[in-house]
Design a protein around this ligand. Structure first.
Ligand SMILES: *Cc1c(COP(=O)(O)O)cnc(C)c1O
Length: 377
């Protein structure tokens, strides 16, 4: 019996190998590996796909977040409001520019930061809100934008897990001042290596981001700011250009798989499946359930995970420890219980295999094995 991985990238490559190989070969033969027409073409395609006038491509999602913060001149003494239940890069980049992440708890059903809690932490030092569209599900951008406007804050969307997701008919990354994307291989639009992009409607933001990404230079060898080197390789751009053409189809497959999981999991008592957003569309980068149990959630989850593994079903835990409880953020002084929803969520979540090529029989086996594991405890 072949085991089912949480994510399989080989099937996707096999399905479009001829297209990808030809595009890669063309770049190899062109001799233009940094910047150039393929990189520009992908940036244009991506801007059009997201629905923003501007797109600045860069080397990773982390760099996109860092550049967004730098462009908006956020630094020492400033505060940025974000979620404690996300990948470290979200808060890490806030710290990297010298600002302070200020966390608010999440909503239990969406896993995203709870807009109701934002106003209570706004201070004279607040500069921006950084919502994360976690697991592909859009955050409530209507309420977040309303609060940001009322308090004159920037909105930087962390779209790393949500390429193609929509809120009220608009793609994420076009709703705040800046959208930040990752093309890490496991994201919905994944390169064969690192990659990232920043989207915005503001040409001045885009121009400054381009300057910072090229060593603080607009004209080669003339430098006006301390920047970084963060380019998207031509090889990755060529690959992403092709994959972008398939993205909507892949995201539709993910949505169909999520519907099927929902149907299969509904009868299982101890499982709380994720919900779909009311005013938007998730792109299901992860399908993350909660295992509910009164007492030690974590022990139950470990046992279930091990038994699933014996059935050849591999799962992931995104994320086992919220950011405010990470060692690196001990100095921020958030004690246990600071964000009870995030803390409980971290003990209960389990991400099931989710990728567009997941077969119906594999999916049935995931659910069957999960039922079995829960019965046996
Ligand atoms: C992946 C990810 C990032 C960082 O992207 P990289 O391309 O890996 O640097 C940032 N935020 C979130 C929520 C992510 O999932």
């Amino acid at each position: 019996m072949q085991s089912i991985p949480p994510l399989d990238l080989t099937e996707q490559y096999a399905a479009i190998a001829a297209e990808l190989n030809a595009a890669v070969l063309e770049v190899l033969q062109s001799g233009r590996y940094i910047n150039g027409p393929v990189v520009d073409a992908f940036a244009e395609d991506f801007a059009q796909y997201i629905g923003t006038p501007e797109c600045v491509v860069c080397n990773s999602g982390t760099d996109a977040l860092y550049l967004a913060l730098r462009v908006l001149d956020i630094g020492p003494g400033d505060e940025v409001i974000t979620s404690p239940f996300t990948f470290i890069a979200t808060a890490e980049t806030i710290s990297a520019v010298g600002a302070t992440p200020v966390f608010v708890d999440i909503e239990p059903d969406s896993f995203n930061l709870d807009p109701e809690l934002i106003e209570a932490v706004i201070s004279p030092r607040s500069r921006a809100i950084m919502p994360v569209h976690l697991f592909g599900r859009p955050a409530d951008m209507s309420r977040i934008n309303a609060i940001a406007t009322a308090h004159r804050l920037y909105v930087i969307e962390d779209c790393a897990q949500a390429t193609g997701a929509q809120w009220q008919g608009q793609k994420v990354g076009s709703l705040g001042h800046v959208g930040c994307f990752s093309f890490f291989p496991s994201k919905n639009l994944g390169a064969c290596g690192d990659g990232g992009a920043l989207t915005t409607a503001d040409p001045a933001i885009a121009a400054t981001a381009r300057m910072l990404r090229e060593h603080g230079s607009r004209e080669r060898y003339y430098h006006e700011a301390i920047g970084i080197n963060s380019r998207l390789d031509a090889l990755q751009a060529a690959i992403l250009r092709i994959k972008l053409q398939h993205l909507d189809r892949w995201n539709a497959r993910r949505a169909a798989i999520a519907d099927e999981y929902q149907r299969l999991l509904a009868p299982i008592d101890q499982v709380i499946p994720p919900t779909a957003p009311q005013a938007g569309q998730s792109v299901w980068n992860q399908y993350t359930i909660r295992l509910s149990a009164a007492a030690s959630d974590d022990d139950l989850r470990q046992r279930v995970r091990q038994q699933l593994q014996q059935h050849g079903v591999n799962t992931m835990i995104y994320y086992p420890l919220p950011l405010h409880q990470q060692q690196v953020y001990a100095a921020l002084g958030y004690g246990p219980g600071s964000f009870p929803v995030a803390e409980q969520t971290a003990r209960q979540v389990l991400s099931l295999p989710m990728f567009p090529e997941l077969l119906p029989e594999q999916q049935a086996r995931v659910v069957y094995s999960l039922k079995d594991a829960l019965l046996q405890r």
